[in-house]
Design a protein around this ligand. Structure first.
Ligand code: KG4
Ligand code: ZN
Length: 373
């Protein structure tokens, strides 16, 4: 079954064709990072407008890269929740229109659930004979996992909007073990980067600065949570702010946007490394606890922060099982994960009437997500 996936929930416009949930035929992602970087974050109105400009070319490119026509496509899948309302509307409207015009079944996919399915892509389509010098979206810095994760599977989902630990017993049968009680981890990376004067998006720039820094220079607190598998990152962010104020010799009344100019290069790198180490250890401590309690057959990480190399290294060091990581570019937003999940989703759920689709900007990933539709 070949599914065309469409993703536009935040600031990436993406389309991809995946066969049977695991064979990647094309993966087109147009990022708006450069547009939003000047504002220091995603501007919803700007995001929606730029989705409108590129959505059709992106979908056409996904077909061209896969060397397929509409006749080859069995179904269309699109992100309908959660995300920015204007951004979601553009993707779903494109998907609905195409489902009607091309007479294809339409499946609605939950973005956060879908992040996990980046780990289910194990093969590159043989249809693309030019792999290596062929379509850009199929060239990865590391290989795809050699096999799919086994159930029960423990998934650590860490993105700009989410930090949660989920135990999957099967496709669509999962339990939310714990989640952040305040900021998402990616949000903390982005906010701390702002304090340190590092460019947007904060995750990759903190990771880069941290490579040159010493994580032991600044002692930052790990939050103690009442929920056994819960996280908290807002206290850590404030602790960085206070430590930076101390370092440059000002108090809390000093404008925080002027702090970064007073930091030296070395301090900036040490702060990045110290923050990154504490944030990652918080994630790994909780994941290790859940691993010991539930003894899953596989552990996966998903979402933009899963691209973090230090998180991958420390998690692998602390867990006794071999972890196969998805390539970094499949951890950040893409449509391959949407098309992959849609295959498993379609085994257990009905397609929707394309004329009656609503987007849901905030919809947490709960046990009932598959039965909501
Ligand atoms: O999953 P994603 O692309 O979008 C959401 O659904 O939120 O995640 C984006 C988040 C941003 O906060 C970004 O700073 C973070 O992922 N991120 C990273 C890295 N690459 C992206 N965080 C830490 N290390 C990275 N290498
Ligand atoms: Zn995402």
């Amino acid at each position: 079954m070949k599914i065309l996936g469409i993703e536009s929930s935040c600031d990436e416009t993406a389309a991809s064709i995946v066969e049977d949930g695991r064979i990647l035929h094309s993966n087109v992602v147009v990022s708006q990072i450069d547009i939003h970087a000047i504002y220091g974050g995603v501007v919803p109105e700007v995001a929606a407008r730029s989705h409108i400009e590129v959505i059709n070319p992106v979908i056409n490119q996904a077909l061209t890269d896969a060397k397929m026509t509409w006749d080859d496509i069995d179904a269309i899948a699109v992100t309908y929740a959660p995300g920015l309302i204007g951004s979601l509307l553009v993707g779903t409207l494109a998907a609905r229109t195409l489902a009607v015009l091309k007479n294809k079944p339409l499946f609605l996919i939950h973005h956060v659930e879908a992040h996990v399915y980046a780990n289910f892509l194990t093969e590159i389509g043989v249809g693309d004979s030019e792999i290596g010098n062929g379509s850009k979206g199929l060239q990865f810095s590391t290989p795809l996992p050699s096999s799919q994760p086994l159930f029960p599977m423990l998934a650590l989902i860490v993105s700009g909007g989410h930090s949660q630990l989920v135990l999957f017993r099967d496709h669509g049968d999962y339990e939310l073990l714990g989640q952040t009680q305040d900021d998402a981890i990616g949000e903390a990376f982005d906010k701390v980067a702002k304090i340190l004067g590092l460019p947007y998006p904060g995750g990759p720039s903190i990771a880069k600065a941290a490579l040159e820094g010493n994580p032991k220079v600044y002692q930052l607190p790990k939050a103690k949570m009442s929920g056994k598998y819960d996280f908290s990152f807002s206290g850590l962010k404030t602790a960085v702010l206070r430590a930076v104020q101390r370092e440059v010799g000002v108090d809390f009344t000093f404008p925080s946007f002027q702090l970064a100019e007073r930091l030296g290069e070395r301090e900036r790198q040490d702060f990045a490394a110290s923050f990154q180490r504490t944030a990652i250890e918080t994630l790994v401590d909780v994941t290790e606890r859940a691993y010991n309690d539930f003894q899953p057959k596989s552990v996966v990480i998903a979402g933009g922060v899963a691209a973090n190399q230090e998180l991958r290294r420390i998690l692998q060091k602390r867990l006794p099982l071999e972890i196969e990581y998805a390539p970094m570019s499949l951890c950040t937003d893409n449509a391959a994960m949407i098309a992959s999940l849609a295959y498993y989703y379609a085994q257990k759920n009905q397609s929707v009437d394309p004329l009656r689709v609503e987007v849901v900007p905030s919809l947490s990933m709960t046990k009932t997500a598959w039965s909501n539709l």
